[in-house]
Design a protein around this ligand. Structure first.
Ligand code: SF4
Length: 212
């Protein structure tokens, strides 16, 4: 694939593994993270892991959708800053999560990491960035909110905006239960959003105006 040849030449990268499973089919163990609320074990498949000539590990997650839907992730080559959130408020955890699994299985504690979504229908269109200390800490903070919420029984459904075009909610379009789930789910989320028990998750996923 021409785009891939170009990508590897530009980044001096060579693939180490594809479809790398962790916590799956005995390939490698789950990724265990110790968080303030307790340990979580995570599993997944990493589409591709490269190593560059400088020893950096680069994780790639292929996507067939439009890159415009991933506007929260900076285009490759763009500087990231303190406002960059490579978890998209807890909505998409793959990049930092896969990068940590890649480092455990192919690197050392100090191995530099980068991770990107690659939108294959758009040529060399990558979005993501460095998984540095701040990005790793953000993943840990987000996971702690989500896992603690699940443990405490406070992890409400957040359907997102309703679209008249798709006749569904943004976060429900690919869910098998979309047609049977309550049509009031949007209103229900708004009520739950205000409840103290749901505050940690609500503040993460949909902060009220004025919240950080
Ligand atoms: S349709 Fe219901 S179960 Fe599926 S994602 Fe939406 S709220 Fe959750």
């Amino acid at each position: 694939m021409l785009a891939d040849d170009t990508y590897r030449a530009v980044h001096a990268a060579r693939p180490l593994d594809v479809e790398h499973g962790f916590g799956k089919d005995g390939q490698s163990p789950p990724l265990a993270l110790d968080l303030p609320g307790g340990q979580v074990e995570l599993a997944g498949y990493v589409d591709r892991i490269d190593r560059t000539v400088t020893g950096e590990l680069v994780v790639i997650d292929y996507k067939t959708g439009r890159s415009a839907n991933y506007y929260a992730f900076p285009p490759e080559g763009t500087d990231t800053d303190a406002a960059t959130d490579l978890t998209e408020q807890g909505r998409r955890l793959q990049l930092p999560l896969y990068a940590l699994a890649a480092r455990r299985d192919f690197g050392f504690a100090a191995t530099p990491l980068r991770a990107y979504y690659w939108f294959v229908d758009e040529g060399i269109a990558l979005r993501g960035g460095s998984i540095d200390e701040a990005a790793e800490q953000r993943l840990r903070d987000v996971l702690d909110v989500i896992a603690s919420g699940i443990r405490d029984g406070a992890f409400p459904a957040r359907p997102g905006d309703y679209s008249a075009w798709s006749r569904s909610f943004a976060n429900c379009q690919w869910c098998d239960f979309d047609r049977v789930c309550s049509q009031n789910r949007g209103k229900l989320w708004l009520r739950v959003h205000a409840s103290p028990r749901a505050q940690p998750y609500a503040a993460l996923a949909e902060p009220a105006p004025g919240q950080p």
